[in-house]
Every structure is written in structure tokens, then in C-alpha cells.
Design a protein around this ligand. Structure first.
Ligand code: GLA
Length: 394
């Protein structure tokens, strides 16, 4: 009898250890996918989700690495008599499990949303007090990714609230990426590394370049500035990422060059790449932008480094991201950005041996005259370079 108990304890402990290891290995590079919120808000249903999954395949998004299809808030309406979450029967008549199966059959992964408080931001049932039950429900449905919000959390302790769901996921019997959506209020970068794979660093993004001023909301550059001011690049690495929120690329509000710079900045920041546009209806320009493999490779680089602001000239800036070495040769990405409203010349000084490739123009520039790259960059536009063979590190 004692032997049996000991065996059960060992098996259980070993199982937990394995789960913890699996959990830590889940997002070694920033997760890539699509989330329903930015375009559809509460107006979602199973047709949309399935059509988005189809579009991942037909538009080439799956081929370049986009894999998670995530339903945000408003899929849930109540709990049943057993306390199990119930999906909106009008909008999701086939049930969540069947949608997950549809997504999986396309070779993609499926994600869902809940909240650490008693209610979600849209006043749907949250997971507070039901964490283990909900984690088991999600696992039974085939959920691969959970976005976990912070609305209606009152005086709850953020670390404890997220840790309990993290523990529940580690024990639910299925690998689930855990996305912490606490908006950066309690500096999750200082405590979330071991309990989640990504954490939001700010409030919600809006489809604008710089929303400072008349509207109190966050645009692309406002969120980039938060990451820079709080020096967040030091907290990112394989398995744990700063999340500057879902992409607005392709949504009304951003110009073509702003889309390009937005995507480049998210790639440089090693940000999770969660599309927030209607991928069923994209212009060719948006498709080309989102499927640029070399830009995505900067984001997915195995070293897992987030860029930092390398030079700040006011309206123009240079960001630098250290990449994994190739055959002992240092690799770097540099983003030259014009955030101002006039065309500006931007210069980047390199070293004579450095070889340069322009990633948006898909052009090898080789070694440069005077070791200097120089370009006139249009307002809100950027140049993204991959540089091989540098020696300097600052
Ligand atoms: C919060 C989150 C958003 C979205 C909504 C849903 O605002 O930050 O990303 O999930 O809730 O209600």
C-alpha cells in the first residue's frame, strides 16, 4: 500500500514536472496568429472564425507561420448548472469544440479568451473562482492559447490571479499558451515570466499612428514609446514576450507606409504577431506586407531579443535588434524610422566589413561606401536592414 502511494506521488510529481517543462517550451519564438477583437469586437460568430481560418490557408498566412486563430471577448453568455462556461448558442451553434476541430483540421491552432475577474470587459462571465474548471473545459474543447484579461478584477492581487490560472493550465492536460492581458498596470514584466508566455505592456491599441492629443488613446508610436521609456527590451526572451497589443495593419486609420512601419516595429520588438484585421478581405498590398518572410524572420529570430532605440535624432530614430549569429558571424537588424511629418535623411554608420541587405526592397547592398547607409525616408516610413558581420555591440 505504502509503495503504491509512493508510486502515485512520484508519477504525479513527475507529471507536473513534465507539464511545467512543456509549458515553458510553448512560445520559444513570439506567437503568431489572428484575434477577433480589433475588427469585430463583440460582433463575432462561427462563420467568421471559420472563414478567417480558411483565409489563413488560402492567403498564404499559414505558410509564413501565422497559426493561432483566437476568439476574443463575447463568445460566452453564462455558466450552466455545473458552472461550466456556455458559448452563445446563436452565434456559435456548433459549439466551441467543433470550431476548434475545424481550425485544427486546417493544421492551425485555436485560442480563446477569458478574464481573471468575475466578469469580462464586456460583462460576460469571467473565470474568477472557476480557474481549474475553466482550464479543464478549454482543454476538453481543444484550446491551444488563452488570452486572460483584467477587467472587473477589483482588489485582486495580479500575480496571484494570473498564477492560479497558470497553474490550472499547467495541469489541464493540454499545452496552452498563456497570454496575460493586464495592460502593464502592475508591471507584469517583473513577475509574469514564469507564469505566462506574453504580457500586455499597455492599454488597447487603436488604428492610428500617434494618438497623443485630442483622443486619449494609444496609437502605434505611443506604444513603442512605452516599451522604450520603460526599457522593456531587457525582459523579453524565448518563452516570455512583451506584448504591445494586436496589430492594426490593414485596418482603416493607418496609411500604407504606416502599416509597413507598424509591422516593422512589431517585428523588431519581438512582439507577438497577432493580426487584428479582416484577413478574409485584404488588399494585395496588405498580403504582401504580412507575408514578407524576411521581415517575419527578424521577429521570429531564435535569439529572442527585443530591439532597443539605438539612436534618437528627434523626428528620426534608429532601432537595433541583435539576431542569432550565423557561423560565428554577428547578425543585426536596424530599422531607420521617420516618425515626423517631413521627409528626412537618415544615416547609419557601420563598419567596412559589414554586409547589408534591405529587407523591404529585397535587395543586397553588400559592403557600403564609407561604411555608411544613407536614405531619405518619407514621413512615417522606414527602412529595414539586416546587417551581417558587425563587431560593435552598443
Ligand atoms: C480589453 C482588452 C482587449 C480586448 C477587450 C475585450 O480591453 O485589453 O484586448 O480583449 O478587453 O473586451
Amino acid at each position: 500500500m505504502e509503495k503504491l502511494v509512493a508510486l502515485v506521488i512520484i508519477k504525479f510529481a513527475f507529471g507536473l514536472l513534465l507539464n511545467a517543462q512543456d509549458f515553458n517550451d510553448l512560445a520559444k519564438t513570439p506567437p503568431m496568429g489572428w484575434n477577433s477583437w480589433n475588427t469585430f469586437h463583440c460582433d463575432i460568430n462561427e462563420e467568421i472564425i471559420k472563414e478567417v481560418a480558411d483565409a489563413f490557408v488560402t492567403k498564404g498566412l499559414k505558410d509564413v507561420g501565422f497559426e493561432y486563430i483566437i476568439i476574443d471577448d463575447c463568445w460566452q453568455v453564462e455558466r450552466d448548472e455545473n458552472g461550466t462556461l456556455v458559448a452563445d448558442p446563436k452565434r456559435f451553434p456548433s459549439g466551441i469544440k467543433s470550431i476548434a476541430e475545424y481550425v485544427h483540421a486546417l493544421g492551425l491552432k485555436f485560442g480563446i479568451y477569458s478574464d481573471a475577474g468575475k466578469k469580462t470587459c464586456m460583462e460576460r462571465p469571467g473565470s474568477r473562482g472557476h480557474e481549474y474548471q475553466d482550464a479543464r473545459t478549454f482543454a476538453a474543447w481543444g484550446v491551444d492559447y488563452l488570452k486572460y484579461d483584467w477587467c472587473n478584477s477589483g482588489q485582486q492581487n495580479p500575480y496571484e490571479s494570473y498564477a492560479v490560472m497558470s497553474d490550472a493550465l499547467k495541469e489541464c492536460g493540454r499545452p496552452v499558451v498563456f497570454s496575460i492581458c493586464e495592460w502593464g498596470t502592475n508591471e507584469p514584466w517583473t513577475w509574469a515570466k514564469d507564469i505566462g508566455h506574453l504580457w500586455r505592456i499597455s492599454g488597447d491599441i487603436r488604428p492610428c499612428w500617434d494618438c497623443t492629443g485630442e483622443r486619449a488613446c494609444l496609437g502605434v508610436m505611443n506604444i513603442v514609446d512605452i516599451a522604450v521609456e520603460k526599457k522593456l527590451s531587457t525582459y523579453a526572451g524565448p518563452g516570455h514576450w512583451n506584448d504591445p497589443d494586436m496589430l492594426e495593419v490593414g485596418n482603416p486609420g493607418l496609411s500604407d507606409v504606416e502599416n509597413k512601419s507598424h509591422f516593422s516595429l512589431w517585428a523588431m520588438m519581438a512582439a507577438p504577431l497577432m493580426l487584428g484585421n479582416d484577413v478574409r478581405n485584404m488588399s494585395q498590398q496588405t498580403i504582401d506586407l504580412l507575408t514578407n518572410k524576411e521581415v517575419i524572420a527578424i521577429n521570429q529570430d531564435k535569439a529572442g531579443k527585443q530591439c532597443y532605440r539605438f539612436r534618437d535624432f528627434g523626428d528620426t530614430e534608429i532601432y537595433r535588434k541583435h539576431l542569432q549569429e550565423t557561423n560565428g558571424i554577428q547578425q543585426d537588424a536596424f530599422l531607420l524610422l521617420n516618425r515626423g511629418n517631413e521627409p528626412k535623411k537618415i544615416s547609419l554608420y557601420l563598419e567596412p566589413q559589414a554586409e547589408v541587405r534591405d529587407l523591404w526592397n529585397k535587395k543586397n547592398l553588400g559592403k557600403l561606401n564609407d561604411s555608411r547607409f544613407e536614405a531619405v525616408v518619407e514621413p512615417h516610413d522606414c527602412v529595414l536592414l539586416k546587417v551581417s558581420g558587425l563587431n560593435f555591440h552598443n
